[in-house]
Structures are given as C-alpha cells and as structure tokens.
Design a protein around this ligand. Structure first.
Ligand code: ADP
Ligand code: MG
Length: 497
C-alpha cells in the first residue's frame, strides 16, 4: 500500500474551487471601483445595479469556491486516513512493540487534518491573496500612482510586524498537537486499564501524570493565546495609523483638487480589503511548515519496511523449525532449537514462564524474521511462502485476551473469508464447550462482549478463542498456555477434541 504524501492533491473539485476563488478575487478588485463611480459620478440606476450585481456574483462565487474546496479537503483527508491505516497495518510487529497505540491513533487522525487545512485554507487563500493583492495594486496605481505608492510602502510594514507573530504561533500549534497526541495516549490507556488502576489504588498517581501533561498543554496554549491576542490589536493599530496617513495625504490632495473623494474612499476600501489577503500570504508559510511537519511525521511512521505479503502458495506437510536462534534485541531468547510437527497437529506449548513459548509462536506466525535457522513447511522455506497463505495454516489461542469489542459472532468470524452460518458458529462453540452458555444469553451470538471481552469470564474468553480457532479449520492449532484459564472439566473435554 502506497500512501500519497503529496502536500497538494489537485483534482476536479480543488481546481474548480480555485477557479471560483479567483473569480471572487476579481470581483473583489472591481467592487471599490464601481463604488468610486457611484460616489464621484451621478447616482444612476446602472451604477447601482452594477454594484448589486457584483455583490451578488461575489457571494455566489465565494460560496461555490468554499464548498468545492472544502469537499476536496474532506476527500483528501479521507483518502489519506484510509491509506495510512491500511499502510500501518502492514508494518511488522516489531514496529508496534515500540509505539503507543493511542499516540499512533492521534497522529493518523490529527496529522492528516493538518494537511487538510493546508489544502482548504492556507493554499487557496495564498493564491487568491496574491491575485487580490496584485490586481488591487494595479488598479490603485492606475487610479492615482502617488497614493498607491504610499500604500505599497505601508502594507509590507504590516506584514513585517505580523509575520514573526504568526510564525511563533505556528510553533506553538505544533507543540500543542504533539502534547494532544501524548494526552490521547494517556487517556486511552488509563481507561483501558481501569481495573488495574482501581485495584492498585493508582488513581491519584495516574491523575498526576495526566495533570502534568495537561498543565503543560495549558501553559503552551496560554502563551499561544498571548501571542495571538497581540496580533489583532497590533494590526488594528497599524491599520489605524495607515488610515490616518492616507487621510492626511489624501485630504491635502482632495483640497488641491488633484484627487476625487470617490478615489480617496475607494483607496480606503482597498486598504481594508487587502488586510486579509496580506495576512493570508504571510501565514501561508507557517501553514506550509506545519503541514510539512505533519507530513514528515507520517512519513516516518511509514518508513518502516512493511511485511512482504508476496510469495508462493503454501502446500500441506510437515512443519519444521531447525537450528533456530532468536533474539528480540541483544539477549538471546532461543538458542539452536529444532522441532517438527506433523501435518494437522495441535501444538501445545507449556513450560516455565519466560522460557520462550510465546516467542516460538511469534516465529511460527512469522511476526519477526528469524535471526538464524530455518522454518519450513513441507520442506519449503517459510520466507518463500506468501504471508497470508502461511498465516491461514495456523490458528492461535493464547493466554492473552485476543478479542475485539464487538459481538460473539463477530469475534468468532474474525478474518474468515466467507461468513459462517449460525449453525456453524454453534458447532464451533460446542467443540469449545461454550455452546450452552451462549445459548443461555438473551442476545445469544449477538451479545456484545466489551473491550477485550471484559464481559466474559477468563475461561469463557479462552473458550471463545478456541471456538474461533476451530472455525478457521487450521492445519496447525497452536495453544500457547491456552488452557491456563480453564477448569479441569472443560480442559479435559477440549484436550479430547
Ligand atoms: N516483544 C519483545 N521484545 C523484547 N523482548 C521480548 C519480547 N517479547 C518477549 N520478550 C522476552 O523474551 C523472553 C521470552 O518471553 P516469552 O516468549 O513471552 O516467554 P513465555 O511465553 O515462555 O513465558 C522474555 O525474557 C521476554 O522478556
Ligand atoms: Mg507466553
């Protein structure tokens, strides 16, 4: 899965949106001119109709532009989120060992939104800002070059003052985004591990950890608010100064008779109209930096070599591990292990804790590459066999809760290529000694089992996983201490299966 990391995705919606934005800018440039004619000339029907017509056009164009660009942004963010999610699913298990799931979730959702604002907000406003600015300046110079020169000198002064402020605020925004990511991860973990927190009376401790981060967020947002609060009054002050200067100079010119009142007023309208474009042009660069920051972060997440899904079809036969050694980091966990499992066998791993049973399962599932040694199926090296095909040969039942938050039926059918009938589901439940209990539930197969299956007992969770494994009709059923939570009756029953 390739993620499209372009900053700008040009499609029909964005191009037509930009087109209407440009039309809006053109009308914006014309509007003060027609007001000037109205003020200086006679008040006739044509000029009034022209102004009304232009206002109306401006409204329609702006409306179309905003809608089309917003749609393009929604489309971009949807595609990006889909692609990111799909791509991250292909990252190897070792990647997830080192990431916090809450933080990942926050980045997949929020960073893509930063890119959306670039496409729907910073970029179009930059383009139209440039057009409005250039067009207005041309008109202003044609109207009265001396007054126009005054404004072209004054406007950049405004930019010089505003730009550093918007850059600082951009830095704060990035920091706020990262803190929000940390917080998302803390909150989701706290609620997921609520039992652990309550039973260890760790509420105060986790609250403190949360408070520390959120206070940092508060202080950062406070600083940001301070900077932002400065921006508007400062701009207003500058603007007021400019109005005074233009009035002072323009007043003399009007008194002289070398400038009409209409021209002077249209200059002032242009000045107000140009404020937004000018500040948009200035903030474009910080918006671009923000979007590039988000993009780089997402690129890093997807820079990990994905699992390679390609390979030959798997045939059936004996599964063999030979002279296998393995370490996650430095420490050697498995040292020169050899085992064989005849076709269609149950593989039950029991033994002292920390011996490496789950590690063997991880290697059988090809979650990690082997350090040395080989893993073969029917004498064929596992690395040559397509990953999906390989994993379909196995069903794993472990002592962890490998359950999703949905219903019993959904959990049973997870990953099944074709949906199973209720009869098939009950048959599997029967094998796992769970049929009667599910039938006794008011919602039966549609019972929602809660996050990680919290609404089930430990034994029920494990038997549900056994039923799921049975339903997959695997060639190798791997039981990783799978009978740890079962009472002896059901254990014996299952051992017989
Ligand atoms: N993802 C991992 N990253 C690093 N070390 C790990 C990882 N998983 C397990 N280990 C280490 O590997 C050793 C064997 O663990 P494991 O295979 O889970 O044992 P068992 O399942 O037999 O109890 C332990 O020392 C453990 O600390
Ligand atoms: Mg284990």
């Amino acid at each position: 899965m390739q993620v499209n990391f372009k900053l700008l995705h040009f499609n029909k919606a964005i191009i037509s949106g930009l087109f209407f934005s440009i039309l809006t800018s053109l009308v914006t440039i014309l509007l003060p001119l027609s007001l000037k004619t109205l003020i200086d000339g006679s008040m006739n029907l044509t000029s009034i109709l022209t102004i009304v017509g232009l206002f109306f056009l401006q409204m329609i164009f702006a409306l179309l532009a905003q809608f089309l660009i917003a749609v393009a942004g929604e489309k971009q963010v949807t595609t990006l989120r889909k692609q990111l999610h799909q791509r991250l699913l292909t990252n190897p298990i070792s990647f997830f060992d080192n990431e916090k799931s809450g933080e990942l979730a926050s980045h997949v959702l929020h960073d893509s939104d930063v890119l959306r604002s670039f496409l729907t907000h910073y970029f179009p406003e930059f383009v139209t800002g440039l057009i409005t600015l250039t067009g207005s300046l041309i008109v202003l110079f044609l109207l009265d070059w001396r007054l126009a020169l005054f404004m072209t000198v004054l406007l950049p002064l405004l930019m010089i003052l505003i730009t550093p402020l918007s850059r600082i605020s951009g830095k704060f925004a990035q920091k706020i985004q990262n803190l929000l990511g940390d917080l998302t991860s803390i909150v989701s973990e706290n609620f997921q591990q609520i039992r652990l927190i309550k039973s260890t009376c760790a509420e105060e401790q986790v609250q403190k950890r949360f408070d520390q981060k959120i206070n940092l967020l508060y202080r950062t947002s406070q600083k940001n608010a301070f900077v932002e609060a400065f921006t508007t009054p400062l701009a207003m002050m500058m603007l007021f100064g400019m109005v005074v200067i233009i009035f002072a100079y323009g007043g003399v010119r009007v008194a002289e008779g070398s400038l009409t009142v209409g021209t002077l007023i249209s200059f002032l309208i242009y000045l107000f109209q140009l404020l937004n474009p000018v500040s948009n042009i200035a903030s474009f660069f910080s918006g671009k930096a923000k979007a590039e920051g988000a993009l780089n972060y997402l690129k890093e997440l997807t820079a990990v070599t994905p699992e390679n899904p390609t390979g030959d079809k798997a045939s059936s036969g004996e599964l063999a591990l030979s002279h296998l050694s393995f370490s996650y980091d430095q420490e050697i966990i498995l040292d020169d292990i050899s085992m064989t499992f005849p076709q269609g066998k149950k593989i039950a791993l029991v033994g002292p804790s920390g011996a490496g049973k789950s590690t063997i399962v991880h290697l059988l599932e090809r979650f990690y590459p082997l350090s040395t040694g080989t893993l073969t199926l029917n004498k064929k090296d596992s690395r040559l066999i397509a990953l999906k095909d390989w994993r379909e040969k196995f069903a794993l039942v472990s002592q962890d809760n490998q359950l999703l938050a949905g219903t019993i039926a959904e959990n049973l059918q997870l990953g099944l290529p074709v949906p199973a009938s209720d009869d098939q589901l009950f048959a599997a439940l029967k094998v796992a000694y769970l049929e009667k209990e599910v039938k006794a539930l008011p919602d039966g197969l549609q019972t929602i089992i809660g996050e990680n299956g919290v609404k089930l007992s430990g034994g029920q969770k494990q038997r549900l996983q056994l039923a799921r494994a049975y339903l997959r009709k695997p060639e190798f059923l791997i039981l990783d201490e799978a009978t740890a939570n079962l009472d002896s009756d059901s254990e014996q029953y299952i051992q017989k299966v």
